[in-house]
Design a protein around this ligand. Structure first.
Ligand code: SF4
Length: 338
């Protein structure tokens, strides 16, 4: 709940002050005590609290959490730390209805949307486990876990407002980013929101035909129209759109592909993130060689900032496109503070 919702739930029998104490304990202190909530109200609402069902720690320090929801379903949340930068990758849906051919989550299909509470709950859990300070400039949130965030836009926007509220969690708006497969009407809706995450587009192809093969959703929302929508997207000062490009060996990673990507993105204020495929069971593609990745990056860099996303947590199925309920035989024992 946002503060105004909580105050409304407490009215008329309980004061705004009382509602604010609860808000403060959940979001600012993160030491929620349910007895603070008067009983009739407590019985009326569910909390978005999730419980940690499993935890896997990668050799590179990445931690993948399997979080259990109140109805027994599970989603995955990943914590990555590198240098002074901490990133929490959160899910927005249980499973995903978009059928990207390189992604393990796609094999699950959609089970349901997460509530705003369940989206924020993932962040609160990781913050608590890793003692993270949200007001620091080092903590980032990416909505790139399970799900297509724009198919759950209302809850994603509500969660974003809660995450940045300075009376509560207090994150910087610029530190939250969502990644979409390119749902054009929803990108237009996102553009209207006063408070919103930054936009990343999962591009993954250099032509309409190639994208239709890798991401069948393009049959409905065409690449040319998607880029046109991006050109019209109202950016805030110093804001860029990120384009994510999963490199599939021998499929979309040639020099000609890189040159076509440069041409497609002309005129956009953007940065490009290259993600060499993270392999998984049932995924029909190969990881490209390091030389190929390097060459592709050099071509893009002639026109745009371009980064290669290092694979994080591949050994525990925590890397991009690998989030699916993959149970490993020996989950790492829980430690009091990871
Ligand atoms: S890449 Fe994202 S949008 Fe595509 S199937 Fe996977 S989770 Fe869904």
């Amino acid at each position: 709940m946002e503060l105004a919702d909580l105050e409304a739930a407490f009215a008329p029998n309980h004061s705004k002050f009382h509602a604010r104490r609860v808000y403060d304990s959940v979001y600012a202190q993160r030491s929620f005590d349910p007895t603070l909530i008067p009983e009739p109200i407590r019985d009326q609402y569910k909390t978005g609290a999730l419980t940690e069902a499993e935890k896997y720690v990668s050799a590179d320090g990445t931690v993948r959490y399997l979080m259990q929801l109140h109805d027994g379903k599970t989603v995955e949340t990943v914590f990555m730390t590198e240098g002074s930068r901490d990133t929490i990758c959160i899910s927005s849906q249980v499973g995903c209805p978009v059928d990207c051919k390189f992604c393990l989550t796609a094999l699950m299909g959609l089970e349901r949307n997460l509530t705003a509470g369940e989206i924020v709950g993932q962040v609160l859990h990781v913050m608590q486990r890793h003692n993270l300070a949200p007001k620091s400039r080092t903590m980032n949130i990416v909505m790139m876990g399970q799900g297509e965030p724009l198919m759950n836009l209302d809850n994603v926007l509500k969660a974003t407002r809660i995450l940045i509220d300075q009376r509560g969690i207090g994150m910087g708006e610029r530190r939250i980013c969502l990644s979409t497969s390119g749902l054009i009407p929803k990108i237009e809706e996102l553009a209207q929101a006063t408070i919103r995450p930054r936009l990343a587009i999962s591009l993954n192809a250099s032509s309409e035909e190639q994208r239709q093969e890798i991401m069948p959703i393009t049959k409905k929302w065409h690449l040319a129209d998607l880029l046109e929508t991006c050109r019209k997207f109202p950016l805030k000062p110093k804001e860029h759109i990120f384009f994510e490009y999963v490199l599939l060996g021998g499929v979309n990673d040639s020099d000609a592909d890189a040159e076509r990507v440069v041409a497609l993105l002309q005129g956009l204020s953007c940065k490009v993130n290259l993600i060499p495929l993270n392999p998984g069971p049932g995924i029909p593609y190969q990881t490209p060689t390091d030389e190929r990745v390097d060459r592709f990056q050099r071509i893009i860099m002639k026109a745009f900032h371009c980064y290669v996303r290092k694979p994080r947590g591949r050994d525990i199925y925590a890397a991009c496109g690998q989030l699916k309920l993959v149970q490993l035989s020996s989950p790492t024992a829980l430690s009091p503070t990871a």
